[in-house]
Design a binder for this molecule. Structure first.
Ligand code: IMP
Ligand code: MG
Length: 181
């Protein structure tokens, strides 16, 4: 699908991301030090780069699983309706579960996913979001751990897309539209 003309301005460098991921992993590792095997659940597709970097900085036994919830489609507007497109492979009852999300925007996705997983009776359930856009929040939810709080900008890179593009940028950039669409 063609996108409106735009340019991408760097917002967070690869170096800044790496430093913050290291800090988050240290906090998370300390929190779960007594856990047999942590289940780290990545929300597809936006979290795939973040989760890959994060788990490699966590020196504990971890199991990695994925869940895909529907999101924007190819638009930049969120939808309130969240559907599960791909569920976890493993059960999580009695286990320590960490949900890894790329961005918490309106919060509908994270709220829905946390409710769904909580109903499966994990031992502890927490979440880690790389980015948080609190000014956009509509659902009453916040991530347990946050990488960066950002202003109301549409961002791409480090796994995050705009109409399925730019997931492979090594940094986080903001999309600036250059013409009226
Ligand atoms: P929420 O349900 O509105 O919190 O949206 C969460 C999902 O929307 C995120 O997991 C992203 O996939 C997507 N999203 C939110 N903001 C952005 C953005 O700035 N760029 C790209 N995707 C975004
Ligand atoms: Mg997402």
């Amino acid at each position: 699908m063609p996108t409106r003309p735009h340019v991408i301005d760097q917002l967070i460098s690869a170096k800044q991301i790496a430093a913050r991921v290291e800090e988050l992993a240290a906090t998370i590792s300390a929190h779960y030090a007594d856990t047999d095997k942590l289940v780290v659940v990545g929300l597809l597709r936006g979290s795939f780069v973040f989760i890959a970097d994060l788990v490699r900085e966590i020196p504990l036994p971890v199991e990695v699983d994925f869940l895909e919830a529907s999101s924007y489609g190819d638009s930049t507007e969120s939808s309130r309706e969240v559907r599960i497109l791909k569920d976890l492979r493993a059960g999580i009852e009695g286990r320590d579960v960490l949900v890894v999300e790329d961005i918490v925007d309106t919060g509908f996705t994270l709220k829905h996913v946390m409710g769904l997983l909580q109903a499966r009776n994990p031992r502890r359930l927490a979440s880690c979001a790389l980015l948080d856009k609190p000014s956009r929040r509509e659902a009453d939810v916040s991530a347990t751990w946050i990488g960066f709080t950002i202003p109301d900008e549409f961002v791409v890179g480090y796994g995050i897309d705009f109409a399925q593009r730019n997931r492979n940028l090594p940094y986080i950039g903001k999309v600036r539209f250059t013409e009226e669409g």
